[in-house]
Design a protein. Structure first.
Length: 668
């Protein structure tokens, strides 16, 4: 486990311990918040209910007065999200607290929110951002003269420096943290300081001094035992394991074995902290291997590997593979040793664990004679790149502090210098903005006038077309009427007279006479039929308006690939609809389709024209995002539609709901 993660857990536990010791809250509002927090922290609560409670509590708190009490409660919510690994929600709460603290000029809570932000970036392994936020937090804690929290921030910075390999800088920060925390009775933080100092001194190869600090860490744990502090057993086993590691470095395997056994004797360690248990077990197995107890060492190595593999712990699997490889190497089984160390090398590369890559490559160059040249080349390549990376990053955290201070100083000077420049620039921009707005307004008015003129001309053209069509229709009607009258009044009467006279004639050829009369009667019937059909066809359907509307709908296209469908009832009597009404019908549909293209984001739009009794109904429906009919009832598009509906003496109905589409119905 990373040193920084251990520090974070300890710091949060320390914070929660303080909260648990707070005095009883008297007001109903605060009592209610505590009650909700107790429900949230109840382990039996299901996640859905817990998330709902957290969301409702958050909304309630931010709607209340911006004071330190509500900000403290928001920190409580953030801790819940942190422990549940919901880091995006955690950061959202912290950013809200940060803004509230700035608004209230509360430097203490601002410092705390920056500290928590550092924890977020630390968890994401973005060390530069984490260190920057911790550094900023430290500065605000200094303003508040909060030495305990200054010490806590220095401890966090030390953890980052340790994990980055900056051991000297880490030691400096830890010493400063100890000076600040020593008299504050912050036992957990003191334990953490001593523990990291011990680890740091291992890296600096000062083993005797390292043991001194681990012993001091144990003293803090013994004091904490009286307080029944959470995770105390975990801390004890960790400290004992660290002492064992020091003795391994000193090649004092008897003492190392003694402390590893002590660490493993912690009650239920294998159940509560299986990863830690597997690590200590593997360390103990290595000691037994060094002492010659190979059979027992093998079983322990394999048990440790099994636990780590079941928990999908990449770091643990890498360590186990490396140790198992060393075991087989001690047994002169080079093939199995190479197999395990190669597996260790492959996984190390995958998870980008450079120290493990170096260790596995170093061992492979010694044991894999067949591929020695390749592994040697890889070893030097990785080693060189690591040295370069260390040179680049060695002073980056000191540079962050220096550059931050320098930037703040420069900003202070620039603020003073630029005040007048900014004021003048704002005035100039305001004047320029006014002129630009006037220009834009003038241009927009011209564009609108142009569009209006174009629309008027289009309507005039369409009206002329419809009038021409009406004249043509009237001419056809008159011609059909004339032909029908001629047939009926002229030809039919003539045939009838001929048939009647033929019937009056006396003829000896009666059969032939009857046949002629029947033939004339048949001709008379046919002529009457043609005359009747000509009269009936005077009410023909003018399909030009149908074609125009159909074409209008079918050519529609937009960025959402809306499917446009047209359906016109064949029983609609267009001859009875006035020319202006046809024109307005066309324009209403055109305006509605334009609104669909611009705003609806629909998958489908349908235009239906129906004959309903003695009226005609137009329906335009879509399955788009809909809109608020109250809010947009004064829009230009809907206003135009409404005016045209009034012109044809019809009624307009608009129904729309969010994400449920829009329906427009016109009856006239």
């Amino acid at each position: 486990m990373r040193v920084r993660s251990i520090i974070t857990i300890i710091a949060i536990i320390a914070t929660l311990s303080v909260v648990s010791c707070m005095k009883e809250i008297e007001t109903t509002n605060k009592a209610e918040v505590f009650e909700i927090l107790n429900k949230i922290n109840n382990q039996s609560i299901d996640k859905k209910h817990k998330d709902k409670l957290l969301e409702n509590l958050y909304e309630k708190l931010i709607s209340n007065k911006n004071d330190s009490i509500n900000r403290n409660f928001l920190f409580e919510i953030s801790n819940v999200y942190y422990y549940d690994n919901e880091f995006d929600n955690y950061l959202k709460i912290i950013n809200k607290i940060k803004n509230l603290s700035i608004a209230d000029k509360d430097y203490t809570h601002l410092a705390k929110s920056l500290y928590y932000t550092g924890d977020y970036y630390d968890e994401k392994n973005l060390l530069d951002s984490a260190y920057y936020n911790y550094f900023q937090s430290e500065k605000f804690y200094i303003l508040s003269k909060d030495s305990a929290n200054i010490g806590k921030v220095k401890l966090k910075k030390a953890g980052i420096l340790y994990d980055n390999g900056s051991f000297k800088e880490c030691e400096n920060e830890l010493v400063k943290a100890l000076i600040l925390l020593k008299d504050k009775n912050e036992l957990r933080l003191l334990y953490s300081c001593y523990n990291i100092l011990g680890l740091n001194l291992i890296e600096l190869k000062d083993y005797s001094k390292s043991l001194e600090y681990f012993n001091l860490a144990q003293i803090q744990l013994n004091k904490l035992e009286k307080r029944d502090t959470p995770n105390l057993e975990f801390s004890k086993s960790t400290c004992l394991n660290n002492i064992g590691n020091v003795y391994v470095k000193m090649e004092n395997y008897d003492n190392a074995q003694r402390f590893y056994n002590k660490a493993l004797s912690i009650k239920d360690l294998n159940k509560s902290k299986p990863i830690l248990y597997a690590m200590i077990l593997s360390n103990l197995a290595y000691v037994k291997l060094k002492k010659g107890n190979t059979s027992e060492a093998k079983n322990m190595f394999l048990e440790s590997y099994k636990i780590r593999d079941s928990l999908k712990s990449d770091a643990g699997i890498i360590s186990s593979k490396y140790y198992i490889g060393q075991y087989y190497l001690s047994q002169k089984d080079t093939l199995k040793a190479i197999e395990n160390i190669t597996s260790c090398y492959t996984l190390s590369k995958k998870v980008k664990s450079s120290p493990d890559v170096i260790n596995s490559l170093k061992l492979l160059t010694e044991i894999d004679t067949k591929n020695k040249k390749y592994y040697t080349k890889e070893y030097f390549s990785v080693s060189d790149s690591l040295q370069h990376a260390e040179r680049v990053t060695r002073n980056k955290f000191a540079r962050i502090e220096f550059e931050t201070d320098q930037v703040e100083e420069e900003n202070s000077i620039l603020i003073k210098k630029n005040t007048y420049i900014i004021t003048g620039a704002i005035l100039l921009l305001s004047i320029a903005g006014i002129f630009f707005m006037l220009y834009r307004l003038k241009t927009k008015n011209k564009d609108l006038q142009h569009i209006q003129d174009q629309q008027t001309k289009n309507e005039e053209i369409y009206q002329l077309l419809l009038k021409q069509q009406s004249i043509s229709e009237e001419s056809r009607k008159e011609e059909r009427n004339r032909i029908a009258m001629e047939l009926h009044d002229g030809v039919v009467n003539s045939v009838f007279t001929s048939r009647f006279n033929l019937m009056q004639l006396q003829s000896s050829e009666s059969e032939k006479k009857s046949e002629l009369i029947k033939e004339l009667e048949k001709t008379e019937t046919e002529i009457r039929k043609v005359s009747h059909e000509l009269n009936t066809n005077l009410n023909f359907i003018d399909d030009s308006i149908i074609k125009m509307i159909t074409n209008l709908v079918e050519v529609q296209k937009n960025e959402w690939n809306t499917q446009f469908i047209i359906n016109i009832d064949k029983f609609v009597d267009w001859n009875k609809i006035a020319v202006e009404s046809k024109m307005n019908t066309y324009r209403i549909i055109q305006e509605a389709l334009q609104n669909v293209n611009k705003h609806a984001k629909a998958e489908r739009c349908m235009v239906i024209i129906l004959k309903t009794g003695d009226k005609t109904t137009i329906k335009i429906t879509d399955n788009g995002i809909g809109f608020n009919t109250k809010k947009y009832k004064k829009g230009i598009g809907l206003k135009n539609i409404n005016e045209r509906v009034n012109a044809i003496k019809g009624t307009l109905t608009i129904n729309s709901k969010s994400n449920k589409g829009t329906s427009i119905e016109i009856v006239f």
